[in-house]
Write a protein that binds this ligand. Sequence first.
Ligand SMILES: [Zn+2]
Length: 191
Amino acid sequence: MRFQQLYYVLDTQYRILWVGGDWDEFALANAGEAARSNEVLSTSLFTHIVDQPTADAVVRLVDVVRASQAPLRIDYRCDSPTMLRRYQMTIQPMRDDRVLLVHDLRDARTFHQPLTHWKYRKDAHHLKCSFCCSVGTGPGEWTLPENLTGPHPEEVAYTMCPSCSGRVDEAISSLVANRSPKNPVTGGFGP
Ligand SMILES: [Zn+2]
């Protein structure tokens, strides 16, 4: 995963209409298969997201942007075994109920200790959060890769940790709250 910026447009069926930036690195790292940019047009975004909790979260984020016609930003991590990488995803409404998703690299640093290379396996014993990269280390316990006491698991199934699910909920409710008549996003100077 080396991309600096990646953007794509989705239609109302979550089909990819257009891609820009470093799609190839993104798709290869996430889907683990050759999903080159010229082959992804018109495919569903969900053929590139391997786990249901993450797919559901993206649907909810995209849908609230479409419904409110207001942009939304959320931070996430997408590490490599050697690099901690922080990204920000911005979802913006477009005409015709389309949305633009922009992923920007915000910060990248080298891990003091490189992590064990991991690969995705649907029924892997270990869970890994697709939003913050933490690893499920016990009942209700999630640990960021740099804080693991043992090696990073070699096989992981992606999901969302409770903390990141909470962040998604917060982002959605703040957008809904901001759009309420009491607190409109586009404040004016009154009548
Ligand atoms: Zn998380």
